[in-house]
Ligand binder design. Sequence first.
Ligand SMILES: NC(=O)C1=CN([C@@H]2O[C@H](COP(=O)(O)OP(=O)(O)OC[C@H]3O[C@@H](n4cnc5c(N)ncnc54)[C@H](O)[C@@H]3O)[C@@H](O)[C@H]2O)C=CC1
Ligand SMILES: O=C([O-])CC(=O)C(=O)O
Length: 341
Amino acid sequence: MFRSMLVRSSASAKQAVNRRSFSSGSVPERKVAILGAAGGIGQPLALLMKLNPLVSSLSLYDIANTPGVAADVGHINTRSDVAGYMGDDNLAKALEGADLVIIPAGVPRKPGMTRDDLFNINAGIVKNLCTAIAKYCPHALINMISNPVNSTVPIAAEIFKKAGMYDEKKLFGVTTLDVVRAKTFYAGKANVPVAEVNVPVIGGHAGVTILPLFSQASPQANLSSDVLTALTKRTQDGGTEVVEAKAGKGSATLSMAYAGALFADACLKGLNGVPDVVECSYVQSTITELPFFASKVRLGKNGVEEVLDLGPLSDYEKEGLEALKPELKSSIEKGVKFANQ
Ligand SMILES: NC(=O)C1=CN([C@@H]2O[C@H](COP(=O)(O)OP(=O)(O)OC[C@H]3O[C@@H](n4cnc5c(N)ncnc54)[C@H](O)[C@@H]3O)[C@@H](O)[C@H]2O)C=CC1
Ligand SMILES: O=C([O-])CC(=O)C(=O)O
């Protein structure tokens, strides 16, 4: 259906020398594939990953428009070589040898839609892409961005189980944008430098399933319960705020690319053996009764090294945790059912 095409940026002799010197040095070679690379998130994410010195090979896959994105990004004089792949026939090449696969493929929301309204289209896209991942790069870490994340991650897990290669340590739902938003909004209200702020966000990635733990925010500020409630609500509705502001032209792309690049960088650092890399992510989990849950996760050479427990919650957060469980449970079950039908 789509014209298949492969574009490789001029991998010059200089780049080859660069690669050799890196491989003999302390920074290992790492191939990162982005599926959906020509989209609203995919393009700025490709740019940010091209700027990441931990990446030696950047593989850009989409069903359309990847040659242009790859040619453009490929001219940037940073470490990685860049290859663009378009169409199903080239998916295998895009994935082979990947250490990390980032998936922002799929349709975004329009005003009035929930993330779950994207399920019908995106579930099928994720299913197909994960079937190919199982075949061509079964050992890669997966960063799932495509919505609804609460369901697409369980879909990926089921597809990998069917293929007999599921490793729960390697599958991540990207919830970093919730953390990025919580930090930004909190810094504004607490009047502290945003660069110093840390806020864990737990649960899932849709509406009330997004639960920021401002009681654990650092630096601590003495905010009223009204302000904390408003901050929680704004974090939960952050995606909708952008969808409405874009008025039909899609959802968060630039802040998501930033968040996606941040999380991918953390995964690469973990793979490379950097100690104490901790980020929030939606992963297979036993810290609540739900089989998938977002919380702080320690990243290591095999992906998830440790799912950290939730720590002390305020009464307001305890209520939020109980309130989010039914929706998250049903989104997980919907994904599992879809993958097995
Ligand atoms: N996890 C998170 O925090 C966030 C998730 N998202 C989600 O990310 C997804 C992408 O959003 P945008 O980039 O704004 O959408 P977009 O429509 O701008 O880009 C999506 C890209 O995916 C490509 N695509 C479609 N089917 C594909 C397939 N089978 N294989 C490879 N590529 C395929 C399209 O050609 C397009 O280039 C949406 O589902 C959106 O809801 C968006 C923001 C935040
Ligand atoms: O709201 C959306 O549809 C996109 C998204 O997940 C976010 O911005 O958090």
